[in-house]
Design a protein around this ligand. Structure first.
Ligand code: SAH
Length: 393
């Protein structure tokens, strides 16, 4: 097997089973490995550490497949896919509906592989050279799952460029899926934009948090900021909100959200196209107020390097959110930035409440749903955090 030899002392993170080998840790490669090749990673003293997929263009130069010395082949990939699916059997049976993340990358022992199940279709996203190399085996394993009629590829995320990979999308296995593709989450129907929607078409990670917001909504004048295809707003309507206003900058997303409201015969909502930062200021100037506000912005800080600028943006919207809340109201506020820790996020939100002149307490700490696990040695896997803050009467 081709080899990567680390510099002295650089084996520590691998010994803790962190699955990435950074370029700066490598002393040399032996056997001229190419993109996607399996390499054996050795410490400077020759100790075997792991087998990994090689990625010559990326700062993350190798991603670990296994901690034992073994070949990586179709059977290995099929086994890992089966393990990931098996681990979710209880969730699939437990009312999550037919929308489930089946494979969550590194945390499922499949670095760079994301697979989301939408009813009888699976949308696959390959984000690393190792994942790319084993496309066929992964697609075969997914296509063979009971009830799966098609596997669709959505490998068009920007991060592929860091690995030197071109975008790739389209049908991989089975029959072309019905479009629009209808699914149900917590009793609400959605049509998944699997061809061009964000991520694989839907934000599955917010599944449980949408239900939590539904439970808070009865009788509320509610506001959903960054609503995308309506996830939180639809749950607010379903939960008996008195009124729902939803804001997003994307006309396409809003059209989908409106369609979802109709499809579910939910009461009318106000769907507003606009920038949330400006809209919240306008609402403040107009003296508007709400009982329940959701802030679910896009990733302001993809890495820790962007944390400071992101912190200002989070502070800004949370401050405005607190100002727009009526006494006794609740703010459900999220960050999906890997570069902003849960601890920092809580500090930012606390600062926003202080500056808004409100007293608030946290009633819920929220995370991604259970089909987005975080492997213990891989804290990078924890990206989504949320707080429900109730302000004093
Ligand atoms: N809450 C959604 C997911 C939100 S994703 C759900 O549960 O499905 C983030 C959304 O923010 C995207 O739809 C994007 O179009 C929107 N967006 C990004 N920047 C924005 C801005 N400055 N103002 C308004 N919307 C914005």
């Amino acid at each position: 097997m081709k080899k990567l030899i680390l510099k002295p002392g650089r084996e520590k993170s691998l010994k803790r089973r962190h699955p990435w080998v950074f370029s700066g840790a490598i002393a040399r490669a032996e056997g001229e490995p190419k993109a996607g090749d399996t390499v054996a990673v050795h410490a400077a003293d020759g100790t075997f550490l792991a087998v990994a997929a090689y990625s010559p263009q990326s700062q993350i130069r190798a991603r670990v497949w296994d901690w034992r010395e073994r070949d990586i082949d179709d059977g290995f990939l099929a086994g890992r896919v089966a393990q990931a699916v098996h681990a979710r059997a209880a969730l699939a049976a437990g009312g999550a509906g037919d929308v489930l993340r089946l494979i969550h990358g590194e945390s499922d022992g499949l670095p760079g592989v994301i697979a989301d199940r939408y009813g009888d279709m699976v949308v696959l996203q390959l984000l690393s050279t190792g994942a790319e190399r084993w496309r066929g085996a992964i697609a075969d394993a997914l296509a063979a799952l009971p009830g799966v009629r098609c596997v669709w590829e959505r490998s068009d995320a920007d991060v592929r460029a860091l690995e030197g990979l071109e975008p790739q999308t389209g049908l991989l296995r089975g029959a072309a899926p019905a479009s629009p593709h209808a699914v149900i989450e917590h009793g609400i129907k959605y049509e998944i934009g699997f061809e061009s929607g964000h991520k694989t078409g839907f934000y599955l990670d917010q599944r449980d948090n949408r239900l939590r917001v539904r439970a808070l909504a009865a009788g509320c004048d509610a506001l959903d900021c960054f609503c995308y295809s309506g996830g939180f707003a639809l749950n607010m309507l379903k939960g008996g909100a008195k009124s729902v206003t939803a804001v997003d900058s994307s006309a396409d997303a809003l059209a989908q959200a409106r369609r979802h409201a109709e499809l579910n015969q939910l009461p009318a909502a106000e769907w507003l196209e606009g920038d949330v930062f400006q809209t919240l200021r306008r609402f403040r100037d107009q003296g508007k107020s709400f009982d329940l506000i959701v802030l679910d912005p896009p990733k302001f800080a993809p890495t820790a390097a962007h944390a400071e600028k992101a912190a200002r943006a989070y502070k800004d919207i949370n401050l405005l959110g607190f100002k727009l809340l009526r006494p006794g109201g609740a703010l459900a506020t999220f960050s999906c930035s890997g570069g902003v820790s849960a601890d920092l996020f809580q500090k930012i939100v606390a600062g926003a409440a202080l500056d808004a002149g409100v007293e608030a307490r946290i009633t819920d700490w929220l995370h991604a749903a259970a089909d987005h696990p975080v492997a213990l040695p891989f804290p990078e896997g924890e990206y989504l955090k949320g707080l429900v803050c109730r302000v004093s009467v």
